[in-house]
Design a protein around this ligand. Structure first.
Ligand code: G3P
Ligand code: MG
Length: 245
């Protein structure tokens, strides 16, 4: 059962702002969104930042593993210039600051645990520890990493979890049950109508990423998908799914 918003701004502001930054979160709010997805990575010294890639280069200039820098070092790095000149100097943001912003603006969070390779358990543990301290019902954890989700379950069983997959795997139901997860997050391009029926029939929430075409959003809604995330906040608004139902 899905009790959360139905259209979620992917990486904060989708294509309209540099991903996983405070500017992205502000963009979501400016477009009327009450739900965002972002990626959370552990860094040196147990800090947490919003970050998709494990290495510098694409969104943060320079070289090296993100996990090898401290929160303080990352906070002075530019995560906005790659996007467009107006965002030049937009810093890497901590998970703590992002969560505070979301709470203050009534924005629900899908915090995707994004571990660097080899630190799945530690990352799941740290993200869940941080989410434990947030008000109930404001965050859903998700991850491609079963190990990260299992660690989150150990440390904060009360914080809801979803398993992220590309195509729906054969063991989807047993894995969701083992993880105590409430939802399956599936690549929209891979989901079939029969799979949607099975997941919903088993009582789980069903979420698709990343949906940027209104027609595709309508088609997913028609086969029972509960919610989507989108990069196109300008094309698929926060209430699109309710209207499409
Ligand atoms: O959480 C859904 C989606 O964000 C997963 O893929 O690579 O954009 O983090 P990615
Ligand atoms: Mg993500």
């Amino acid at each position: 059962m899905w009790t959360y918003p139905r259209v979620v701004a992917h990486r904060g502001g989708g294509i309209l702002a540099p991903e996983n930054t405070m500017a992205a979160l502000r963009c979501a709010v400016a477009y009327g969104f009450h739900a965002v997805e972002f990626d959370v990575m552990a860094v040196r010294g147990d800090g947490l930042v919003l970050m998709h890639d494990p290495v510098r280069g694409r969104t943060v200039p320079g070289e090296g593993m993100i996990a090898d820098f401290t929160l303080e070092e990352l906070s002075s790095m530019d995560a906005g210039s790659w996007h467009s000149p107006p965002f030049c100097g937009e810093p890497v943001v901590s998970f703590a600051d992002a969560a505070q912003f979301c709470l203050a603006h009534d924005v629900w969070m899908n915090a995707e645990i994004k571990p660097a390779s080899g630190v799945e358990i530690r990352t799941g543990y740290l993200v869940a520890e941080a989410c434990k301290r947030l008000p109930v019902g404001r965050v859903l954890l998700s991850s491609f990493s079963v190990d990260a989700l299992a660690a989150a379950q150990d440390v904060a069983p009360e914080v809801p979890r979803a398993w992220l997959v590309d195509a729906v795997p054969a063991d989807w139901e047993s894995t969701l049950r083992r993880l105590g997860a409430s939802a399956l997050h599936v690549n929209a391009r891979c989901l079939t109508a029969a799979q949607a029926l099975a997941v919903k029939g088993a009582g789980f929430g069903l979420f698709c990423y990343t949906v940027n075409e209104p027609d595709q959003a309508r088609a997913l809604r028609a086969i029972g998908v509960d919610a989507i995330c989108t990069d196109r906040l300008d094309l698929i608004g926060p209430y699109f799914f309710d209207q499409a139902a």
